[in-house]
Design a protein around this ligand. Sequence first.
Ligand SMILES: Nc1ncnc2c1ncn2[C@@H]1O[C@H](COP(=O)(O)OP(=O)(O)OP(=O)(O)O)[C@@H](O)[C@H]1O
Ligand SMILES: [Mg+2]
Length: 509
Amino acid sequence: MSGPLLKMTGITKRFPGVLALNNVNFEVAPGEIHGLLGENGAGKSTLLKILSGAHHPDSGSIELAGQRIMLDSPHQAQAQGIVTIYQEFNLVPQLTIAENVYIGREPGNPILFSWRKMAEQTRAVTARIGIQLDPMTQVRDLSVAEQQMVEIARALSMQSRLIIMDEPTSALSESEVVRLKQIMRDLKAQGLSIIFVTHRLEEVMDVCDRITVLRDGHNAGEAEVKVIQIPDIIRMMVGRVVDDLYAGQHALPVDQSVALQVKNLRRRINKQDPHAIVLHGISFEVRRGEILGLAGLVGAGRTEIARAIFGADPLETGEIFLDGQPITIRTPQDAIRHGIGLVPEDRKQQALFLALAVRENASMAMLPQLSNALGFIKARDEATLMETYRQKLNIRMATSEVKVRNLSGGNQQKVVIARWLALQPKVLIVDEPTRGIDVAAKAEVHALLHEMAASGIAVIMISSELPEILGMSDRILTIREGRLTGEVFRKDATQEALMALMAVREGAS
Ligand SMILES: Nc1ncnc2c1ncn2[C@@H]1O[C@H](COP(=O)(O)OP(=O)(O)OP(=O)(O)O)[C@@H](O)[C@H]1O
Ligand SMILES: [Mg+2]
């Protein structure tokens, strides 16, 4: 092998109030899968945005295959064979798969331009990663995993040498992660290099050849994966040892009565397709002090249950009881008024006001408590609360006046969680609460969920990470195709038992 494919030297990048990267060096060899790791806000996405031409470094140089290159725009990066699969997707939902793959560079002469040819070429690249999707399907009809496959197909169609994947697995279920890892290995076998960002360190051990760790915008270490263990990586990332907390159990509150009961929740997707039932009569209860896990494949209906209870989607039938009393929930405001909270899975679209400051976002759900009789927000209380949760969750930001859109992905998630922690609801539903959150912060979130349960809150937790479900839940319900398929208590729960209850039946459509 002759030298690295990519060599970034002395990269520095400053944002107002933050030194995001401080003299960082980064090298990727040809044909390797290179893990770029670090806590939330360490600077990973910033480094990769420089590499994809979206940000300009204040100083430093970039060489590709020994040649100094300038990356002044995403277009130039693509021309050099550097393609990015973004942390938040970049596809146009109203266009077809083929259109998305070739967007902005339709193949061939524009006069002879042929949709058929584009569809054929799309089929060829999707075949290269072993997926079968009709190129004429609209992207909005695809699952998150499928959309990601389209992004990868797009990268392949561009003759890339270096593919950047910034947290590609955070939105995928276990089986989809397995498939993505296989695709990554295939791409590597075809000679491509991949930069892979993830907070799940088992994935790093499984698929990466080498890692580079950033801490607070500095280089914190590099290693060959075959000579290290997960605790070594954590030490490089955090600078100390972190215990994994999912194992923790909480004390139980004195009052363990049923907090929430739902009966026969039913919902159809839409009026156009009356046969597509998403929830087929779901009934269950959750007690004070209990963490109830909802396990299932992506699309099984877990999020629909959460949204139905929270009043975010209309129900056809179904009853909800809080402390034994029937309640009516038509909107999220009704739910909040009754003390039911939801941390949604899609923080960008559902949970955050990106253009508002962190402080405003965090205090949004507690406005009634923070307002005085005249409806003015008590600024002092708000500031105190914000500071408490900033410390508790270690939210990294220059000040709480920073706009949420400028926080790193993981820190945005922490702001959503802070909002509900501050509200102290009776029932808290958390949907993929640690998606995109670093190991140390994940441990904090787990500890906080235990603390909330111990204080008497009924917690419903949805997670696609089975170890998290198994480690955190007192009881687990499995959901498949909009139906409850099983109930497993902590002492009996194993990964295999859950998988069997979650799996799609043979021959089912
Ligand atoms: N456009 C921006 N304006 C201001 N600050 C920014 C901007 N982009 C990033 N930052 C800051 O730069 C730092 C590094 O952020 P970055 O997104 O690179 O972190 P990350 O390592 O990708 O974290 P995560 O694991 O949470 O995705 C953070 O403090 C972040 O708030
Ligand atoms: Mg990031």
